[in-house]
Design a protein around this ligand. Sequence first.
Ligand SMILES: C[S@@+](CC[C@H](N)C(=O)[O-])C[C@H]1O[C@@H](n2cnc3c(N)ncnc32)[C@H](O)[C@@H]1O
Ligand SMILES: [Zn+2]
Length: 294
Amino acid sequence: MPNDNAVGQYSALDDILRCPLCQHALQVDAQQRQWCCQQGHSFDRARQGYIHLLPVQQKRSKQPGDSRDMVMARRQFLALGHYRPLRDEIARLLAAHQATTVNRGAYRLLDAGCGEGYYLSGIVAASDGHQRGYGVDISKLAVQAAAATDKNPDIRWLVASNANLPIHDESIDGLLSLFGFPVYREFARVLKSAGIYIQVDTGEQHLQQLRQIIYPQIINKAAPEDSAPAGFQLLQQQRLYYSVKLTSNSAIQHLLSMTPHRHRASQTGLQRLSLLTELALSVDFQIRVYQRQS
Ligand SMILES: C[S@@+](CC[C@H](N)C(=O)[O-])C[C@H]1O[C@@H](n2cnc3c(N)ncnc32)[C@H](O)[C@@H]1O
Ligand SMILES: [Zn+2]
């Protein structure tokens, strides 16, 4: 697969990166080991290949974001392929948008809150060299896991916050927030004027059977609002609903551990779940596609 990610001062991937401290452009050295701005701030490439662009003064805790257990549980569960239809649907929506954009260079895709990289890795790999990916997460452990396994030179894995994206204004074509923590002001800033923003949230019936087991009473969350966030216009929304069957207790436990349910569930509920070796579940996703308003 041809790859124009030339090594040099501004590689095809790095030209949209900016310093999280002073917002000046970051330039990479010839070996792609260090990124520096004109104010002298510098950031090294970590052993696994990601860049740490979350300055200590922008951290609210020592180890922000998902823990190691959550990251590993998500990785094991996603590897089973149960959420593959969601990944395929997002790839399809992005490819349709890409086909309508008049682009010089590759389509730039940002996954804001990328976790251990399942969605971005698969989507960029399926684009056949036509997309460049930026995976941002505030959890170093999540980004480490992503970078350790995905060495695709068309993807930059970045430890950074959605609240202060180390990306220049109007440089992204497609932006994803999948079950994440959207910061619309930043998302509007980094998107190009014709860029799209895809947000995925869980729907009312999501994992209903699991919730019935672990809670004495299930409370369905209110349907998300219809209004578009400031700076965006809703283009389309759709529901992706299907059933899956988990066939081992470890799959059930991994699913539980990647959600907030593990900490919210009652002890008796957790006990009931620990005895199960299979579970049929409804999967319910709400997909919204927004366009940045110019
Ligand atoms: C529910 S997980 C979803 C991960 C991934 N999108 C997926 O669906 O597999 C939410 C992710 O958001 C990350 N996160 C939380 N706050 C963040 C922030 N301010 N900026 C970037 N990522 C953040 C967490 O570390 C975690 O990996
Ligand atoms: Zn700087």
